[in-house]
Design a protein around this ligand. Structure first.
Ligand SMILES: Nc1ncnc2c1ncn2[C@@H]1O[C@H](COP(=O)(O)OP(=O)(O)OP(=O)(O)O)[C@@H](O)[C@H]1O
Ligand SMILES: [Mg+2]
Length: 275
């Protein structure tokens, strides 16, 4: 499989604020190595605080790392500046849980998508308006919605706009951080199906961050399980789902709602050895 992204021994620590006697070091990402092939989706799963978002931000180059490397398409991300950094930002796009974070509340959502086309000079200025409408159709939105402000759309519609804005730059990798967690169950399924469609049609790779193993099951080729900043298990999705090796993975799996016939008894995980 052709490599798109490689993360090697990545480390990120934070020193918590407050008075000196109360400060301590949190290891948010602890010696993480992973690999994403072109067009593949890697699910990154773990409970709250396990370091998923920090790892995503380190890969995006939004957070400075303390050690290790992020290599995208053969080039180390940490050293990128100027035009090379701009090009990396075009090729690796984030989608966040809360689309309000990426959509300017004062702009029509069409303008937000247009901004991405302008920023990365996609297409000619003359055909960008048409591209905006095409992107709206591509993510299953009626193009008339392009003239609305974000707060006049539903949560699911806003997330579709955020996905359109991410797709506008024709990325090769999308880092989606809990993109459906804030949505109702029925809307979650629609957005997940959209992401699957996009992956199949456009061949865009994805790192899909979630605390819910049941969600990654549907969208990921491979899964990495994070516990306290470290990967405890990484394998093809069907192998992880059928035969999890680590007790923490089994605990996450037990939390996935299943029809009664396939329900597994939930083994409590109280920490301990990660081996
Ligand atoms: N800017 C920061 N300053 C200090 N500590 C931080 C900072 N960002 C994250 N952390 C800490 O790093 C650890 C990992 O946080 P992170 O947000 O990456 O986890 P997460 O897996 O994304 O959690 P969630 O599922 O709640 O989004 C946590 O202990 C968190 O408190
Ligand atoms: Mg997070």
């Amino acid at each position: 499989m052709a490599e798109l992204l490689r993360v090697e021994s990545l480390k990120k620590t934070f020193v918590t604020g407050g008075p000196l006697w109360n400060r301590h070091v949190v290891t948010a990402v602890d010696d993480v190595s992973l690999f994403v092939a072109r067009g593949q989706t890697l699910g990154l799963v773990g409970e709250s605080g396990s370091g998923k978002s920090t790892l995503g931000r380190c890969i995006l180059g939004l957070t400075q790392v303390d050690g290790g490397r992020v290599v995208f398409d053969g080039t180390e991300v940490q050293g990128l500046r100027g035009k090379a950094l701009h090009d990396f930002r075009r090729r690796v796009q984030p989608v966040f849980q809360d689309p309000y974070g990426s959509l300017d509340p004062r702009w029509t959502v069409g303008r937000s998508v247009r901004e991405s086309l302008d920023c990365y000079r996609i297409g000619t200025p003359a055909d960008r308006e048409k591209r905006v409408l095409d992107l709206f159709r591509r993510v299953g939105l009626n193009p008339v919605l392009a003239g609305r402000l974000p707060n006049h759309l539903s949560g699911g519609q806003r997330q579709r706009v955020a996905i359109a804005a991410a797709l506008a730059s024709e990325p090769e990798l999308i880092i989606a951080d809990e993109p459906v967690s804030a949505l109702d169950m029925s809307v979650q399924a629609q957005i997940l199906n959209l992401l699957l469609d996009l992956q199949q049609d456009l061949g865009v790779a994805c790192i899909f961050i979630t605390h819910d193993l049941g969600v990654v099951e549907h969208v990921s080729d491979a899964v990495a399980v994070l516990y306290r900043g470290a990967i405890v298990e990484m394998d093809a999705t069907d192998r992880i789902m059928r035969n999890p090796q680590h007790q923490y993975t089994r605990t996450l799996l037990a939390a996935v709602p299943r029809p009664p016939s396939t329900a597994r008894p939930p083994p409590p995980y109280q920490g301990g050895s990660l081996a």
